[in-house]
Design a protein around this ligand. Structure first.
Ligand code: GDP
Length: 425
C-alpha cells in the first residue's frame, strides 16, 4: 500500500486540504509533517464547512489515524479550541495522535512574534503572528531547550523548562522591546486549561507511523504551506520556518525517502501569495481582482486578501523537480471559467537572459519579467464536470499544458470546493 506525500506546489493555499481530505477517505493514516497553527485548511463536507488550522484534515474520517508528527509545532490553546469545536459538531477526535517530540508554541512565542513583526515596520515579512518563527527558533537554538509536547505531561519538568526559557525571553522582552517581564506561573496558568484536553493524545508518533508501514497500510503525509514558503527552497526571507517540500515529509515524520511511493503536487490553476516577496506573475488590475473575488482568495487564518496572478509555470516546473512530483492535482480551475484567454508564464526574463527555472539568487527574481503563453479560455461553467471528457477542450488543454510543464501527469482537477467537484484522471 502506498505512502503518498501531498505537497503545495506554489506559495501555499493551493487547496491541499481538499485533496488530502479525499485521499484520507482511503488512507489508514494522515500525517502532518511540518508547520503549526499558521496553516489554514478549509474542508467542505456536504453543507458543512470546517476551518482547521492545526489538526490534519483527515480528522473528519473517523477510521483514519490523524497524526501531528515531530516536525510540526503545536499551540495548546489553539489545539484545545479546535478539538472542542470539532467535538461540538460531532467529530469525536479519538483518531488524533500527537508526537511527544513536536515543539510547543508557548504564549511568549506569540508575543515575541508580534513584537518582532511590529519592530520590522515596513520591512515586515508578513508572519501570521502565531509564534511559528520564535518556536522553531527555540527548537534550533537548543539551549535553553525548547519545550516539547512530552514536557507537558510532567508539571515539574514543564515548570523548570518555562523558567529556563523566561530568563532569556524576559531579557529580550525588557531590554529590546521595553515590555514587562513574564512570570513562570502565569505562563503555565495560561495554557493550564488546554492541557487536560490535549495531553491524552501525546504519544510516540513515529512508532505509530512505522506500525502502519509495517502493516502495509496507506499513509498520506500532508504538508502545510507550499514549496516556495520552504525555509531553504522558498523565496527567502519571505518564507515559513519549516520545510513544506516533500523532503520535509521525511524529516518531519521519520519515514525514509525510499518508502515514499507517490508525491502529489497540488497546484492552483493560477497563482496567489500572501505577504511580501517577489511575485513575477502578479496582476495589479481588474483581472487580478476578479481572480481574488471568484476564488475567494482571503486567508483562512488571517482574513488577509491574497495577492493574485497568472499561473507561474517557471515556479511549477521548479517545484515539481524539488518535490519529485509523480503527479499533479490542479485546483480551482473553475475560477478561470469566465476568462476569454488565460495565460501561463513559461519563462522569466532577467537582465536579457531567459530562465526556465526559479533562480537560486532571489535578488534576480525581484527584477524578473514573466514571459507568457496565451491559451484560449473556455467561457462556460465547469463545476458540474465529473470526468475528463466532460471538461471543455480548452480547459483540458490548459491542464495538459500544466502537466507538460511539471513533467508529471494530471491526477485530478478540482472544479469546486466540495469533495464531489473533483475530476479524476
Ligand atoms: P490549503 O491550505 O492548501 O488547503 O488551501 P485553503 O484551504 O487556504 O484554500 C482553498 C480554498 O479554496 C478553500 O476555501 C476551499 O474550500 C476552496 N477550494 C478548494 N478547491 C476548490 C476548487 O476547485 N474550486 C473552488 N472554487 N474552490 C476550491
Amino acid at each position: 500500500m502506498p505512502v503518498k506525500v501531498v505537497v503545495g506546489a506554489q506559495w501555499g493555499d493551493e487547496g491541499k486540504g481538499k485533496i488530502t481530505d479525499i485521499l484520507a477517505a482511503e488512507a489508514n493514516a494522515v500525517v502532518r509533517y511540518q508547520g503549526g497553527s499558521n496553516a489554514g485548511h478549509t474542508v467542505v463536507v456536504g453543507d458543512r464547512e470546517f476551518k482547521l488550522h492545526l489538526i490534519p484534515s483527515g480528522i473528519l474520517h473517523e477510521d483514519t489515524l490523524c497524526i501531528m508528527a515531530s516536525g510540526t509545532i503545536i499551540d495548546p490553546i489553539c489545539l484545545a479550541e479546535e478539538i472542542n469545536g470539532l467535538r461540538e459538531r460531532g467529530v469525536h477526535c479519538d483518531n488524533l495522535r500527537l508526537s511527544g517530540n513536536a515543539h510547543v508554541i508557548m504564549p511568549y512565542h506569540r508575543l515575541l512574534d508580534a513584537l518582532e513583526e511590529e519592530a520590522r515596520g515596513s520591512a515586515s515579512i508578513g508572519t501570521t503572528r502565531r509564534g511559528i518563527g520564535p518556536t522553531y527558533t527555540d527548537k534550533t537554538r537548543r539551549m535553553p531547550r525548547g519545550i516539547r509536547m512530552v514536557d507537558l505531561l510532567d508539571q515539574e519538568v514543564l515548570r523548570a523548562a518555562v523558567a529556563d526559557q523566561l530568563e532569556l525571553k524576559n531579557a529580550i522582552l525588557q531590554h529590546i522591546y521595553g515590555h514587562a517581564p513574564l512570570d513562570t506561573d502565569e505562563v503555565i496558568e495560561e495554557i493550564a486549561d488546554a492541557l487536560p484536553i490535549i495531553t491524552p493524545y501525546v504519544t510516540d508518533a513515529r512508532a505509530i507511523v512505522r506500525g502502519c508501514l509495517d502493516r502495509d497500510e496507506t499513509v498520506v503525509l500532508e504538508g502545510a504551506q507550499g514549496t516556495f514558503l520552504d525555509l531553504d527552497y522558498g523565496t527567502y526571507p519571505y518564507v515559513t520556518s519549516s520545510h513544506p517540500v516533500a523532503g520535509g515529509a521525511c524529516l518531519g515524520t521519520g519515514v525514509a525517502p525510499t518508502e515514499i511511493d507517490e508525491t502529489i503536487a497540488v497546484a492552483k490553476a493560477y497563482t496567489t501569495r500572501v505577504g511580501a516577496g517577489a511575485f513575477p506573475t502578479e496582476l495589479h488590475d481588474e483581472c487580478g481582482d476578479g481572480l481574488r473575488e471568484r476564488g475567494a482568495e482571503y486567508g483562512t487564518t488571517t482574513g488577509r486578501p491574497r495577492r493574485c496572478g497568472w499561473l507561474d509555470g517557471v515556479a511549477l516546473r521548479t517545484s515539481a523537480e524539488i518535490n519529485g512530483a509523480t503527479g499533479i492535482a490542479v485546483t480551482k480551475l473553475d475560477v478561470l471559467d469566465e476568462l476569454a484567454t488565460v495565460k501561463i508564464a513559461v519563462n522569466y526574463e532577467v537582465g536579457g537572459e531567459r530562465l526556465e527555472r526559479m533562480p537560486e539568487n532571489l535578488d534576480r527574481l525581484e527584477g524578473a519579467t514573466a514571459i507568457y503563453e496565451e491559451l484560449p479560455g473556455w467561457q462556460r461553467p465547469i463545476s458540474e464536470a465529473k470526468s475528463p471528457a466532460e471538461l471543455p477542450a480548452e480547459a483540458r488543454a490548459y491542464v495538459d499544458r500544466m502537466a507538460e510543464i511539471a513533467g508529471a501527469p494530471v491526477l485530478a482537477v478540482s472544479v469546486g470546493a466540495s469533495r464531489e467537484q473533483t475530476v479524476w484522471f
